[in-house]
Design a protein around this ligand. Sequence first.
Ligand code: SF4
Length: 343
Amino acid sequence: MSGPLLKVENLVKHYPLGGGFLKKAGPVVRAVEDVSFTLDAGETFCIVGESGCGKSTVARLLMRLTEPTDGRVLLEGTDIAGLRKDELHEWRRRMQMVFQDPYSSLNPRLNAGQIITEPVENFERLSRKMREALAAELLQKVGMSPAMMHRLPSELSGGQRQRLGIARALSLNPSIIIADEAVSALDVSVQAQILNLLMNLQEQMGIAFVFISHDLSVVAHIGHRVAVMYLGRIVELASCEALFAKPIHPYTEALIAAAPVPDPTQVRLEVSVKGEVPSPINPPSGCAFHPRCPLAVERCRIDVPPLVPMADGRVVACHVRAPIAEAPAQMAAEARALVLSRP
Ligand code: SF4
């Protein structure tokens, strides 16, 4: 296959509040605004941002669990919005999801073996022998003993339940797994084990991940590229290496400065982000970050900054740090095409 595995183009999701038949349209939650990125086979693309920035809505849009207001999601070149229900069912084999809370996403009445093989049984009937052989293989793949296949979720630890969620996602041999805050509910030591498991599975099976997290240290550990979201928009998209070495957008800078530093001898950037994330129902004009930004100028209150390509291949949306004049149109188009795929 040539081209990216997944291509997200100008995705928008607005949720109307109130209004209705014969009533004036109510306010709108602007959850996702003009989000574009690509995902290559075997890549881990991370989406990071504070709670309410729209990252989990992007995950739901990718899985078509909710319909976009505008924009497209192309999986292997096919627009998933145009698929009929039966076609979508078939395409869902290729894209699976791992959730934040493994406990609430697992049926408490089914045992581990039944949970893992349930997605396959939505497509084909398995004999008891086939089901047990598949469950044993998948449990081993995620580092659990096949003897655990008869246990209920309540008899497993948090880490084991998340391994079970991953085994279930693997059962259909997907090319993409969307992991939405998949390690946030776990202790730090268990988080590391699950991240290493995902990285090993990627190496063995070539799976691509869209990894959604609010935790920059997790993203730094697992990601190839990262998009930083603020109030529904991507404000910086770069390779993880470039982003963590030198954040450019003031919000990225503040997020990295606020993240725990694993090495106490490492110097922390002295940047602070004041105030709370504004409401997506009534976002600030211009750059939505302007009420919290220490670098804001008059223009920031008026114009939404476009994503501008930088010399190192990243894109940044900031009037001050990435002025559009620095990117002539031709170079902008070329660099934008480049940054949207893995180097
Ligand atoms: Fe800050 Fe202005 Fe840049 Fe927004 S556009 S991040 S307000 S300097």
